[in-house]
Design a binder for this molecule. Structure first.
Ligand code: ATP
Ligand code: MG
Length: 390
């Protein structure tokens, strides 16, 4: 079936080389570095992490823990710490390494007395029991701890659990740069917390961290730039589109209708292998009638997609841009690629255009495939712009 949610297992296609690298590196005790996956929205970063987690679960001696920072609702250090603790406890429990009868979520909400009881009953060292109780208390706002200390202690928990169980913990923090947006009492915590985490992480021996991020500039701020706290702490890998054969495979598997070669090539041109779009359009086509899918049917489906979904997906992002950024993107959506040509069409100076192209690149909206040539990163966004801003 086509799906818009992250996939793993049978439904996960291609990327075998990258997956093997992830799984081998993260499960080998000789390797100390985790990964930083960088890739635009909807490319399949979460799916890659989830499939890696699935495979690591089958390898003895490794406990994978996954947490997406996009799932945080309050966006506070307490919430992040709670989620981290609960994901870690559950992962160790699932592996049978932590005798814990309740799901960690229950533990987090349990009244104090019960909490002490449950923790007291865990067959782990007294020191670790005390540590778990302490961090849990801190996430309830009891006791004094700054946000940096709180999150560091939460991060240290899976390390300690791993050390005591004699295993390695592979922690995946999906959309990691979101830590920069955490707020306490309305105030953003910013980079200080990231540095604190780095310091904590440095001393760890059993935990290997991997992160992902969709926005280039924030990934640069946390790891890709020499001044960043996690500079050179990860093996950096780009997550790009799926190859043509994977797209064909996805369609063949999930459609009981066949595409004509022309229809297939239309679909490929439109999606450029970005898995989300293939899944979405595929789902629409699976609802149609008749054995064959013609080029005309694909065209109609794509037009509807742009009008309806495109509006939902792109309008908000579009509204958040400045007037100059919009103008430059508009010009680019009509095929202009060289900064001088863009400048001429947008009636701006080449310097201004160069500067704004850098801003847009930081937001992940444009890329420079070769020196002197720029393009809108998401081909579907480019088409939407082309239609809506004529
Ligand atoms: N390897 C794959 N095989 C088949 N479908 C995939 C694959 N990877 C991703 N997809 C599909 O692409 C879409 C986006 O996947 P996913 O959520 O993993 O990407 P993401 O980069 O984490 O996106 P987001 O920016 O929304 O977090 C989903 O519909 C998913 O089912
Ligand atoms: Mg994701």
């Amino acid at each position: 079936m086509f799906t818009l949610r992250p996939v793993c297992g049978e439904a996960f296609l291609d990327r075998e080389e990258l997956l093997q690298e992830l799984v081998e590196t993260l499960s080998s005790s000789r390797q100390k570095m985790g990964f930083a996956l960088v890739g635009p929205r909807r490319m399949g970063k979460t799916s890659l992490f989830l499939e890696t987690v699935r495979r690591l679960k089958e390898i003895p001696g490794v406990v994978p823990v996954y947490l997406s920072l996009w799932e945080l609702v309050e966006g506070t250090p307490e919430e992040l710490s709670r989620e981290l603790i609960s994901a870690s406890l559950d992962a160790f429990r699932e592996e049978g390494l932590l005798p814990l009868k309740v799901q960690a979520r229950g533990l987090l909400k349990a009244p104090l007395e019960l909490l002490r009881d449950i923790i007291g009953g865990m067959k782990i060292s007294l020191k670790l029991r005390e540590e778990i109780e302490l961090v849990l208390m801190l996430t309830r706002g009891r006791g004094q701890a700054g946000p940096g200390e709180l999150i560091s202690r939460a991060l240290a928990l899976p390390e300690k659990l791993a050390r005591e169980s004699g295993v390695r913990c592979a922690l995946f923090l999906d959309e990691f740069p979101t830590v920069l947006e955490l707020r306490q009492g309305g105030k953003p915590l910013g980079e200080g917390v990231v540095r604190r985490l780095r310091t904590e992480y440095e001393t760890m021996e059993n935990l290997v961290l991997s992160i992902s991020g969709s926005v280039r500039s924030t990934m640069e701020a946390v790891t890709l730039r020499p001044a960043a706290a996690f500079w050179r702490q990860f093996i950096v890998r780009e997550v790009g589109p799926l190859p043509k054969r994977a797209v064909e495979e996805l369609l063949r598997r999930n459609l009981d209708r066949t595409l004509t070669p022309e229809a297939l090539s239309k679909l490929w041109d439109f999606t450029q292998g970005i898995p989300f779009y293939v899944q979405f359009i595929g789902r629409e086509l699976s609802r149609g009638r008749g054995r064959t899918i013609t080029e005309a049917e694909v065209e109609k489906t794509l037009a509807e997609f742009l009008n309806e979904e495109g509006e939902v997906m792109f309008q908000e992002q579009w509204q958040r841009l400045s007037a100059k950024e919009r103008k430059i993107l508009q010009v680019m959506s009509h095929g202009y690629a060289a900064p001088t040509a863009i400048a001429r069409e947008a009636d701006e100076s080449p310097n201004t255009v160069s500067q704004y192209l850098q801003y847009l690149k930081g937001k992940g909206l444009v890329e420079r495939p070769e020196p002197g040539r720029w393009r809108i990163a998401d081909p579907v966004f480019a088409r939407w712009l082309g239609i809506h801003t004529r």
